[in-house]
Design a protein around this ligand. Structure first.
Ligand SMILES: [Zn+2]
Ligand SMILES: [Zn+2]
Length: 270
């Protein structure tokens, strides 16, 4: 199944985004289930959010806006009726859940989402939550990755709201050409620290097929560090990308020793 799909309810959705079209695409592509994990991001903090105590400006992107949860859930119900042959999970991708624990926790408690992803898109730097793409303009590329992994370890330790860690090396998508080819091995210690923390909390690693695909070696690090389950996510923001590159991703995950779970809707497991 595709456990990471965005729709028109995400603030960064292009005009072509569509929950209904994504359902049709999944059915056409033989993807048995999708989780619609639209962005749950906060542009202001509430009492109890760590970001308030850290005095950081939370606005990482100008266009960012909160999720309209009621409208989103109504759209999910409508799609479930319209496409009975597809299993549809509700969900969210929580940005920086360790910094917005109270806000995100309240939304999660009220909504009963089926699948919750945790994500880091921005890192505290210079008094604000700074997006990864911006960091590459102000510091060496390797330093961006090290800061990202360090903050990701804090995210895992600081939030139990999510079940699946999304795109664990997100800034890799924006790795600058002039820094040469991206080399996972150069950050093995940092990857392993993150994977150890995630495995220790009993959670699931996502293989994200929008990010340059993880290697089988990286997934073996996940196994070594105690990781037991893998989730597949296209991170599609447009219908045509639902299930994109999953055949290749399955080969990589299988090469690292993971197998299909109980049924087609389960995570892959060791
Ligand atoms: Zn994301
Ligand atoms: Zn996403």
């Amino acid at each position: 199944m595709d456990s990471h799909v965005h729709t028109e309810w995400s603030w960064d959705a292009p005009g072509t985004a569509s929950m209904a079209r994504s359902c049709e695409r999944a059915l056409a592509a033989g993807v048995p289930a999708v989780a619609f994990t639209d962005h749950l991001d906060f542009t202001a903090w509430a009492d109890g959010d760590l970001i308030g105590a850290q005095n950081l400006d939370p606005r990482r992107y100008d266009r960012m806006r909160p999720l309209e949860v009621a409208g989103y859930l109504a759209a999910v119900r409508e799609c479930r009726e319209r496409y009975p042959g597809l299993r549809i999970l509700s969900g969210v991708e929580i940005g920086e859940p360790h910094l917005f624990g109270a806000s995100a926790g309240a939304a999660v408690d009220a909504s009963g989402f089926d699948r919750i992803l945790g994500s880091l898109h921005a890192v505290p730097c210079g008094g604000r939550l700074t997006p990864a793409d911006h960091l590459f303009r102000i510091m060496p590329a390797a330093e961006v990755m090290r800061r990202y992994f360090a903050e990701l370890a804090r995210l895992i330790g600081g939030s139990d709201l999510f079940e699946v860690l999304a795109h664990l090396d997100f800034p890799r998508r924006m790795w600058p050409r002039e820094a040469g080819a991206y080399d996972e091995a150069a950050f093995e210690a940092e990857y392993r620290a993150v994977l150890r923390a995630l495995a220790g909390s009993g959670r699931v690693l996502e293989v994200n097929t929008k990010t340059p695909l993880a290697s089988a070696r990286l997934l073996r690090w996940w196994r070594d560090e105690g990781g037991k389950a893998v989730s597949f996510g296209s991170d599609a923001h447009e219908p045509w990308r639902v299930g994109d590159k999953f055949r290749l991703a399955v080969d990589v995950v299988e090469a690292a020793g993971f197998r299909p779970g109980r049924d087609r809707f389960d995570f892959w497991r060791r």
